[in-house]
Each structure stands twice: as structure tokens, then as C-alpha cells.
Design a protein around this ligand. Structure first.
Ligand SMILES: Cc1ncc(COP(=O)(O)O)c(C=O)c1O
Length: 491
């Protein structure tokens, strides 16, 4: 099969991204039927006069996102995608709205000081989930940018900003999202928020008056459960499995709002395959519902190219996207953002004005400069290497030390989960005993996860590995091993 692609070497988009986008569009346009083989990478590279690596990497990404599948050595073949789904992801169409846009429109709290993951009382080796490495914070550059902003622009310190966020930061965010997550939004679809948590709050408050019921992954992120539990709306918890939320369990009720973490399910770490992502979009369309995609840690993916976000597939119709710089730069900045279909933005801006009248100027301006001067991309590249080495070290140490451990969700983000074998002490018990030895590993219920209608599974241990170095990781795993050995000996 010959593919007609037109590459532009002067484009700001990389050649690899151009190959990926064009082959993907050809598949989505239905021009390549299911089962058709892609041309061998060497042949396509020669014809396009690009390096073979360019084509191989684009092909890897198509495979990672589920558009094609390898069949042993025979090559890559297009996967079946239902015609309904193809229609869904055609660009440009707008969602119908379900009613008018509104006129105005026990356990630890996330990670505050004093919770297991916060404050000064930390264990020596703390695998608390989702902490970026303090040593990885770009302090020198940040200081320089802040100093230069304070020298030039002090008037902004005494003035109010746009409640939607600093325009240059919204532009920088939309440009980053387009390149890194294939989410085609413009700056007038972005609202800058106080972390990802406020982005979730903002979207929820924007949509609640037209929402009949809430759907949420089960187990899910504690922060999302706090928002959902604070309402009188009916909540439908939807079970997750190794592929994330089980889409076939979604109720067919019109006017729903669904919270989901498709890139790295929190807490289990599952990545949702393309077929389920498309099923989600189909469900939203059929039931006139909206989806909040929480993409909290997707800047870090280690074993392949970044995946297109659900909001990228949706093309600006039914998916609200919540992002944060808490993982990629630092949680102390408290900067996150929400993106949305354009038609909701004015109302969201008004709502943000009502909630807090915008964000602090200095951090926003510094972050915009950090991204625009190219530091953010370099910072992410460096941190990906550091975190990948830590992930590899943890996986190798656990595999070396324990008998065939079942490890989940290590392909991206800042944490992975060890599904404990039958007969093992409970995760809570291990958490308590490990703490006495200065090791912080967490049962789901203490690791910022929440379960509706049932006890949180107690056979999973969460390891946030990003803020520990390799020596600490090795020591902690050895410590866990001797502790579990001792517990087994004592029966
Ligand atoms: C799943 C998930 N969503 C959202 C967030 C939002 O984080 P923040 O409010 O710190 O930006 C977090 C933080 O850990 C998270 O784990």
C-alpha cells in the first residue's frame, strides 16, 4: 500500500509528528481499511527522503495509540475502528449542548502538611505519590527569570490580571498542549487555575446545573472524589480494570458528567487503549454528556512516544481537559489549567473571576517565560531521563528481590503500583510496619485514592518513585524485603 504524505521541512512540527498525523488522518478518514499493512518503514523513509528513525518513531506512536498493530515480523496492520467512532473524531464539528449554559454558571486531604505525604514528619525513604524531585526544580533559571521580571515590570504587582490567566501563559500552554498532547486549543479556551484541583472544581461548577448525574472511575483520585461527594447529584462509580475505566459499564443517562484519567489511571496506572477512548467519546455524544479528562502526569511517558489526549481526539466538543504544573515543575507553584470547548470559555472566565479573580501575576509571568524561552522542554527532557532511571531501578529491585511481583502503571507518570500476591500481609499493614523502619510505602487508601461504595482495595501498594534517588530506592526495597521476611517468619 502506497501512502501519499507531504512533509514540510520548514514546519515547526517535527517530521516524525507530520508522518504520524498524516498516517493517522488517512486511517481516520477510512482510506486505509482495517487489516491493511503499512509500508515497511525503510521503504517509506526512502520515498519521503527522511531518516528511517523518523518513520519508525511515527509508526511506534501509531501502534502505541492503537491505530495499528504489529503481527510478528509481518509488519504493522491497521486496526479496526468502527464507522461511528470515525465520525466522532472528524474535526471541526461542535457539540450540541444539553440545555443553556448556566448563567453564572477521616482520610488525609491530598497532600497537605501533616498528611502522610506532607509536613516535616516524613520517613527517610518516602515513596509518597506524585512528588516532583526537589533537586530537579530549575532554581537557577527560575531565580533569574523572577529577578528580571521584578526589575522590569513591577506595575503588574499592584494591578489585577485577567481572571482567565495571563494571556502569554495561556498562549504558552495552548502551544505546549498542541505539540505535546495533540490538543488543538487556542489561548481563548484556556483558564489558568490554582493547580489541577481548581481546574476540576472550575469545570464541575461550570457544568453542574446542567448535569443530571456524575460518573467517576472507581477507585479514583481522592481530590476528584472530594468534589463529587460534596454534591447531592447521583454518583455512578465505574469500575476500572487493566485498561482503565470499563466503558461498557457507563449508564446511558443523558446529561452526565464523567471524570476520567485515561493516560495514567489514578491510582492503578492503567493506560486506556484507543478502542475505549473512542467508546467514551461515543457515549458522550449519544448521551449528550461531558467528560473531564484529568491529565495530571502525562508529561512523563517513558516507554514510547506521548499518547494523544482524549481532548485531542475529541476535537473540542465534549472533553474538558484539566492539567497541572504540579508534577512537571513543582506543586508549590499551584499552577494548573483547564481547557474547554470555546463556547464555555466566557462563562468559565466569569466563574474564575467569582472564585478568586485570577492567579498571582509573578508566578504566571515566570512560568510563561520559562516555557517560551525553551527551558520547560529541556527541563522535561532531563526529568524524563532522571525519573525513568528511578522507575527502572525500582522495577529491577522489586523483580530481583521478590518472586515475580505484579507491577502496574510504570509506563508513565511518577508512580507505579505493586499488586500484592495472595497470602501477603495487607497493604495497610505493610505501610504501618514499613513506616517504623523509615520507609514510606502506601496502601491506596492512604495514597490519595478513594473508592465509592466499597472499601478501597487493600492489596495494592503505591510507590511514588520520582523524588528518591537510586541508592534510596535500593535501600528501601532491601528494607521492605527483610521486613516482609521477618513478618513471614513470625507468621
Ligand atoms: C490524579 C490527580 N489529578 C489531579 C491532581 C492535581 O494536583 P494539583 O492540584 O497539585 O495540581 C493530582 C495531584 O496529585 C492527581 O494525582
Amino acid at each position: 500500500m502506497d501512502l501519499t504524505l507531504t512533509l514540510n521541512s520548514g514546519s515547526t512540527k517535527s517530521l516524525q509528528a507530520q508522518v504520524f498525523d498524516q498516517v493517522r488522518d488517512i486511517i481516520l478518514d477510512g482510506q486505509l481499511a482495517a487489516g491493511t499493512a503499512l509500508p515497511p518503514s525503510r521503504q517509506l523513509a526512502e520515498r519521503l527522503q527522511v531518516s528511517r528513525n523518523t518513520v519508525t518513531m511515527a509508526y511506534e506512536r501509531l501502534a502505541a495509540e492503537g491505530y495499528v498493530k504489529a503481527r510478528s515480523t509481518a509488519g504493522l496492520f491497521v486496526e479496526p475502528i468502527s464507522p461511528d467512532s470515525l465520525l466522532l473524531i472528524q474535526r471541526g464539528s461542535r457539540a450540541r449542548t444539553n440545555g443553556p449554559i448556566p448563567e453564572t454558571s477521616s482520610e488525609p486531604l491530598l497532600c497537605f502538611a501533616g498528611s502522610p505525604g506532607g509536613g516535616s514528619d516524613r520517613p527517610n525513604c518516602d515513596f509518597w505519590v506524585g512528588r516532583s524531585d526537589p533537586a530537579g526544580f530549575p532554581l537557577r533559571i527560575w531565580r533569574r527569570i523572577i529577578n528580571s521580571l521584578l526589575l522590569q515590570e513591577t506595575a503588574y504587582l499592584t494591578d489585577y490580571c485577567d481572571p482567565a490567566g495571563l494571556p502569554e501563559l495561556r498562549l504558552a500552554i495552548s502551544t505546549h498542549l498542541r505539540r505535546a498532547r495533540a490538543v488543538a486549543v487556542t489561548e481563548d479556551q484556556v483558564i489558568v487555575t490554582t493547580g489541577g484541583q481548581e481546574a476540576l472544581n472550575l469545570v464541575f461548577n461550570l457544568l453542574k446545573s446542567q448535569t443530571r448525574q456524575l460518573c467517576i472511575e472507581n477507585p479514583c483520585y481522592l481530590g476528584a472524589s472530594l468534589i463529587f461527594n460534596a454534591t447531592s447529584l447521583t454518583i455512578h462509580p465505574i469500575a476500572v480494570d487493566g485498561d482503565g475505566l470499563q466503558t461498557e459499564l457507563l449508564p446511558k443517562v443523558r446529561g452526565s458528567l464523567l471524570y476520567v484519567t485515561p493516560s495514567h489511571q489514578f491510582p492503578t496506572g492503567a493506560t486506556m487503549p484507543l478502542a475505549r477512548r473512542l467508546a467514551l467519546l461515543r457515549w458522550a455524544e449519544e448521551t449528550d454528556s461531558y467528560i473531564v479528562e484529568d491529565d495530571y502526569d502525562s508529561d512523563f511517558r517513558y516507554d514510547g512516544p506521548p499518547l494523544t489526549a482524549l481532548a485531542g481526539l475529541d476535537g473540542g466538543r465534549r472533553v474538558f481537559y484539566a492539567g497541572t504544573f504540579s508534577k512537571s515543575v513543582g506543586a508549590g507553584l499551584r499552577i494548573g489549567f483547564a481547557t474547554m470547548p470555546r463556547l464555555f470559555w466566557d462563562e468559565a472566565r466569569m466563574l474564575k473571576a467569582r472564585m478568586s479573580n485570577g492567579q498571582a501575576w509573578l508566578e504566571q509571568a515566570a512560568l510563561a517565560a520559562f516555557i517560551n524561552e525553551g527551558h520547560f522542554d529541556r527541563h522535561l527532557r532531563r526529568l524524563r531521563q532522571v525519573y525513568k532511571a528511578r522507575r527502572d531501578c525500582l522495577v529491577a529491585a522489586l523483580r530481583r528481590t521478590f518472586d515475580d511481583p505484579v507491577l502496574l502503571g510504570g509506563g508513565s507518570g511518577l508512580h507505579l503500583v505493586w499488586h500484592l500476591p495472595p497470602g501477603s500481609p495487607s497493604a495497610r499493614m505493610i505501610q504501618v510496619m514499613a513506616r517504623e523502619r523509615g520507609i514510606g510505602v502506601y496502601a491506596l487508601s492512604s495514597g490519595a485514592a478513594y473508592s465509592f461504595n466499597s472499601a478501597t482495595p487493600d492489596d495494592m501498594l503505591v510507590f511514588g518513585y520520582s523524588s528518591l534517588n537510586e541508592a534510596q530506592i535500593e535501600d528501601a526495597v532491601a528494607g521492605l524485603h527483610s521486613m516482609l521476611h521477618e513478618m513471614a517468619r513470625r507468621g
